[in-house]
Design a protein around this ligand. Structure first.
Ligand code: APR
Length: 231
């Protein structure tokens, strides 16, 4: 048996709260406004069709925010756990802070801010560090847009993520309000006996989960506690 195969599968579902201490704002901690915008204006295909300039500018600003942010103790702690576990991160976040902290298995459910795609092709992505503007076209001749899964769009990675969660030996949820489906439904795929942990400043509601430990703390401190409990 290889060293990797003998490690337990530690599956971690993260949301905006894991990046809060890096200075990136969460969505639902500010009355449905995201950086001062109505989420539906900037995060739906309808919003994009109605005002592409606004939506592109919004994500151009988010890209700058993420580029300026640094991984925090939570991202770094999770990356360090790879020494002991086969850590698989499933994130709802569009930032790359898990990767920059050193995590090597990261599945993004809602897209990635440093990628873009054409409006016509959901699959082919291109790297992007700077701004996307109206009139910037992909190789297929259509407008480029951020590679973000908006509300009212399918979540292509959800099946992959569900398979990962089904194999969890330990399942951890960090910094998500568990209000957005299908991502929130992943919690129900963890095997019944699997030890489960939720780390959040304010523990979100879940239907009763067997073998659950709640750590009601900010992510950085909560991950430090988790590491002590696991090792
Ligand atoms: N440490 C830990 N948890 C925190 C912290 C912190 N420092 N700050 C906030 N939180 C928690 C909040 O208590 C809340 O439970 O993080 C969670 C953030 O919830 P949301 O803002 O709803 O973010 P998230 O669950 O990731 O949103 C899901 O919604 O808008 C869409 O696509 C977007 O991926 C996003 C999805």
């Amino acid at each position: 048996m290889s060293a990797i195969a003998s490690k337990k599968n530690l599956v971690v579902l993260t949301g905006a709260g894991v990046s809060a201490e890096s200075g990136l704002r969460t969505f639902r901690d500010s009355d449905g406004l995201w950086e001062g915008y109505n989420v539906y204006e900037v995060a739906t295909p309808r919003g994009f069709n109605a005002n592409p300039e606004l939506v592109l500018r919004f994500y151009n600003d988010r890209r700058k925010d993420v580029a300026a942010a640094q991984p925090n103790a939570a991202h770094i702690g999770l990356a360090a756990l790879e020494e002991h576990f086969n850590v698989q991160i499933i994130t709802q976040n569009i930032d790359d802070l898990h990767e920059r902290a050193g995590s090597t298995n990261v599945t993004h459910l809602h897209g990635e801010i440093f990628k873009m795609r054409s409006v016509a092709d959901t699959d082919k992505t291109y790297p992007i560090q700077n701004d996307i503007k109206v009139g910037d076209l992909a190789a297929d001749g259509s407008q480029l847009r951020p590679f973000i899964v908006w509300f009212e769009e399918p979540v292509p990675m959800i099946e992959v993520a569900a398979k990962i969660v089904r194999k969890a030996d330990i399942f951890v949820v960090i910094g998500t309000s568990l209000q957005v489906y299908p991502a929130a439904g992943l919690v129900d795929y963890a095997p019944y006996e699997t030890p489960k942990y939720i780390i959040d400043k304010k523990i979100p509601y879940t239907a009763s989960l067997f073998n659950l430990t709640v750590i009601e703390k900010p992510a950085g401190e909560g991950v430090a506690d988790l590491i002590k409990m696991l090792l």
